[in-house]
Ligand binder design. Structure first.
Ligand code: GUN
Length: 300
């Protein structure tokens, strides 16, 4: 293996530390404590784990955490009433509605009911439009985390060829917009892309966000390229015992690491950065709401 491992766990810890320092100063100088409200509808076990983790880390950086757990059969009307209440609560600077929502709730309607200034997920259509036109917005947490790691590793990204594999609204598209804003030459590749391996081999920066375990192999990677693996896939691991599983990315780590210049591992790469960026976005939203300077190095 020749690639440098980009340590997302350590990077996320440094982001949280910066957030905590800024939060402490906000309290001391301005008597303001940022607040993040997380809304969970239903009992999806994976979502419960995420929400617990978000609440814990929010408190650890000195922010207020408000958790709203609603029943599986909560009506759209009741959910929208809660969002309206949070929109109008001055102690709440960020609102996150955990996805996926139960089938009877319209996700687009719910997300677009959040005040765009409090939309720390960056999923509101206004924020999507602002990012797409290169204006100040709230930026989705996972692509923001990827961008922070890329800027840290490369310094300037200007003129680099970036290929994003995957065209989701949550990762692929915002990632491509962020890379374009940093003056990369950007290609979005997807399931219908012709000769996707050859397209990927052009990339100085290769971001894999497709949700297919170990799809990207070393022969897709340009020697020396930086590989950012957004995938988190659980696969059977019979070598660990019957019924056991393990986490892998969208990249085949071993073969990619032979060729890449730098690579994020799974777990311990992009994953930890997502919640760290959620905290960074909440701080940014709080600063903007109070017309205070934004934290340096924590925004796009
Ligand atoms: N479910 C899984 N990841 C996310 C996320 O980043 N934001 C929201 N709102 N829900 C999620």
């Amino acid at each position: 293996m020749s690639a440098t491992i980009i340590d997302g766990k350590a990077f996320a810890a440094s982001v949280r530390e910066k957030v905590a320092t800024h939060v402490a100063r906000l309290k001391e100088v301005n008597d303001i404590t940022p607040g993040l409200a997380v809304v969970l509808v239903g009992e999806d076990p994976a979502s419960q784990v995420y929400v617990r983790s978000k609440g814990k880390q929010t408190v650890e950086v000195g922010m207020n955490s408000y958790e709203h757990k609603l029943d599986d059969d909560t009506s759209e009307e009741d959910l929208l009433a809660l969002i309206d209440k949070l929109n109008n609560d001055p102690a709440v600077h960020g609102i996150l509605v955990q996805l996926p929502l139960p089938d009877h709730l319209n996700e687009d309607l719910v997300i677009n009911a959040i005040d765009p200034a409090k939309d720390v997920d960056g999923f509101h259509i206004s924020n999507v439009g602002l990012l797409g036109t290169g204006q100040k917005s709230m930026v989705p947490c996972t692509p923001l985390g990827c961008l922070m790691m890329l800027r840290d590793h490369h310094g300037s990204l200007s003129g680099l060829n970036a290929v994003v594999v995957g065209r989701s609204n949550i990762v692929g598209k915002p990632m491509a917009n962020l890379l374009l804003r940093d003056s990369c030459t950007v290609t979005i590749a997807h399931s219908r892309t012709k000769d996707i391996e050859a397209v990927c081999r052009q990339a100085d920066i290769l971001v894999a966000a497709v949700g297919r375990p170990q799809m990207v192999t070393g022969d897709w990677v340009k020697p020396g390229a930086t590989v950012i693996d957004v995938g988190i896939n659980r696969i059977p691991a019979p070598e660990k015992g019957e019924g056991k599983t393990r986490l892998v990315g969208d990249c085949d780590f071993d073969s990619c690491a032979e060729v890449a210049g730098a690579i994020t591992p799974v777990p311990g790469g992009v994953g930890p950065m997502t919640i760290a960026c959620l905290l960074a976005n909440t701080l940014t939203a709080c600063c903007r709401a109070n017309a205070l300077p934004e934290p340096e190095g924590l925004t796009a």
